[in-house]
Design a protein around this ligand. Structure first.
Ligand code: PLP
Length: 374
C-alpha cells in the first residue's frame, strides 16, 4: 500500500442529485478568502448580515434567525430538542424518509409522536391531520416536511400550518430542500420553527443549517421546565453568541469560511430575487419534464404536487439502475440520485437545485440519459 499521499483534486462533476447541488463559483471563491477571528468586529458584522439575508430568504421578521454550525440534520435536531420536553405530544406527518427522522427526534427528546401516514409519493392528507388533531386535543406541535426529497413531493405547508394553528399548535417545518426553490413564507404561513440546509437550493457548500424561530417558539423554549439536554444546540446559549447588539459570548468557534460562503450564496439569491428563483426552478423543471417524457420516462409523483427541484422518475423495466448511474458518473461526470427506502431501485431522483437548475444542465442531462439508455 502506498504511503505517499498528494493533494485531493476532486473531479468536475455536475451535481443533479438530491444534494449537494453544484456550488456557485463565487461561493467557492468566498470560501477561499483569509480566515479571521470569529469574534473580530468585522466577522460580527458579517454574522449580522447573514441573519438579515436569511430573514429575506425565509420571508420572516423573526429575530432568532441564524445558521446552526452543522448540516440540515443538526437544524432538525435543534428544533426538536429545544421545543419538545418529556411528555409533549407532537403530530408528525410522514410521507417519506425525512418525516420518519422527525419522529425519531420527537421520541429522543422524550416526546410522544403521533404519526399521520401517507403513501410515499403522495401528499400529506389534510383530513388525516384533522382527524389526528381531533383525537389528540393536547397536541403541542405539528411537524412536517415541506419538500420531501426522498420522494419528490411538495406538501401544502400553508394549509397544514393553518390547520395546526386552528388547534393552537406550534408548527415545525423541514425546509431543507424547499428554501430558495419553492414558495415559502414563514411569517405569512405562521411557521413557528423551521430549519433548512445550505447545499440544496442555496447552492452553497454543505455543513450549515439555517433555522428560524417565532416569538411563540421562543416563549415555549423560555417556559421549559427542564434544560435542553443538548449543550451545543441549546438555543438559549446559541442566542448569546448570535444575538443582536449585546456583547457576544463565546459559545463555539463559528465555521468562519463557510459563513463567508453562505453570505455569498444569500447575496446571489437576493440579487436574483426570491420570486425569480422560484420561477426559474419551475421553468427548468418543465423543460426537464418535456425532455424526460420524450425519452419515455414517467414521473412517479402527481403533477399537482411535484417538486420542481427534485424530479422523481420511474426506472424503465429491464434497465439496470446502478449501471445507468455509474455510466452517467464515469462517462458524463453527471450525478443523479438513486431511490431511497421503499423507492430504492424503482426511481431516479434528478435534482435541479440552485445554480444546477439551468437550461444548460437540463439539456446536458437529457442528452446523457438519451445516450446511456440507448
Ligand atoms: C437533505 C435533507 C435533510 C438533511 O440534511 P443534511 O444536511 O444532509 O443533514 C433533511 N431533510 C430534508 C428534506 C432533506 O432533503
Amino acid at each position: 500500500m502506498s504511503t505517499t499521499f498528494s493533494s485531493f483534486i476532486p473531479p468536475n462533476r455536475i451535481l443533479m442529485g438530491p444534494g449537494p447541488s453544484d456550488v456557485y463559483p463565487q461561493v467557492l471563491q468566498a470560501l477561499a478568502r483569509p480566515t479571521i477571528g470569529h469574534l473580530d468586529p468585522k466577522f460580527v458584522e458579517l454574522m449580522d448580515e447573514v441573519k438579515v439575508l436569511l430573514q429575506y430568504a425565509f420571508q420572516t421578521k423573526n429575530a432568532l434567525t441564524m445558521p446552526i454550525s452543522a448540516p440540515g440534520s443538526a437544524g432538525m435536531e435543534a428544533v426538536f430538542v429545544n421545543l419538545i420536553e418529556p411528555g409533549d405530544k407532537v403530530i408528525v406527518c410522514q410521507n417519506g424518509v425525512f418525516g420518519g427522522r422527525m419522529q425519531q427526534n420527537v421520541e429522543r427528546s422524550g416526546g410522544v409522536a403521533i404519526t399521520v401516514q401517507d403513501e410515499w409519493g403522495t401528499q400529506t392528507d389534510l383530513n388525516k391531520l384533522k382527524e389526528a388533531l381531533d383525537a389528540n386535543p393536547d397536541t403541542k406541535a405539528v411537524a412536517f416536511v415541506h419538500a420531501e426529497t426522498s420522494t419528490g413531493v411538495l406538501n401544502d405547508a400553508q394549509a397544514l400550518c393553518q390547520l395546526a394553528k386552528e388547534y393552537g399548535c406550534l408548527t415545525i417545518v423541514d425546509a431543507v430542500t424547499s428554501l430558495g426553490g419553492s414558495e415559502l413564507k414563514v411569517d405569512k404561513w405562521q411557521i413557528d420553527a423551521i430549519y433548512s440546509g445550505t447545499q440544496k437550493c442555496l447552492s452553497c457548500v454543505p455543513g450549515l443549517s439555517p433555522v428560524s424561530f417565532s416569538e411563540l417558539a421562543i416563549e415555549a423554549i423560555k417556559a421549559r421546565k427542564s434544560p435542553v439536554q443538548s449543550w451545543f444546540l441549546d438555543m438559549d446559549l446559541v442566542m448569546g453568541y448570535w444575538g443582536k447588539g449585546a456583547k457576544r459570548a463565546y459559545h463555539h468557534t463559528a465555521p468562519v469560511n463557510s459563513l463567508y460562503a453562505l453570505h455569498e450564496s444569500l447575496l446571489i439569491l437576493q440579487q436574483e430575487g426570491l420570486e425569480q428563483s422560484w420561477a426559474r426552478h419551475q421553468t427548468n423543471h418543465l423543460c426537464l419534464k418535456a425532455g424526460l417524457e420524450n425519452l419515455g420516462l414517467e414521473f412517479a409523483v402527481d403533477e399537482k404536487y411535484r417538486l420542481p427541484q427534485l424530479n422523481t422518475v420511474r426506472i424503465p423495466e429491464h434497465v439496470d439502475d446502478a449501471e445507468v448511474r455509474t455510466k452517467l458518473l464515469n462517462n458524463y461526470n453527471l450525478e443523479i440520485g438513486a431511490g431511497l427506502g421503499a423507492l430504492a431501485g424503482k426511481v431516479w431522483r434528478i435534482g435541479l437545485m440552485g445554480c444546477a437548475s439551468s437550461q444548460k444542465n437540463v439539456d446536458y442531462c437529457v442528452n446523457a440519459l438519451t445516450e446511456v439508455l440507448k
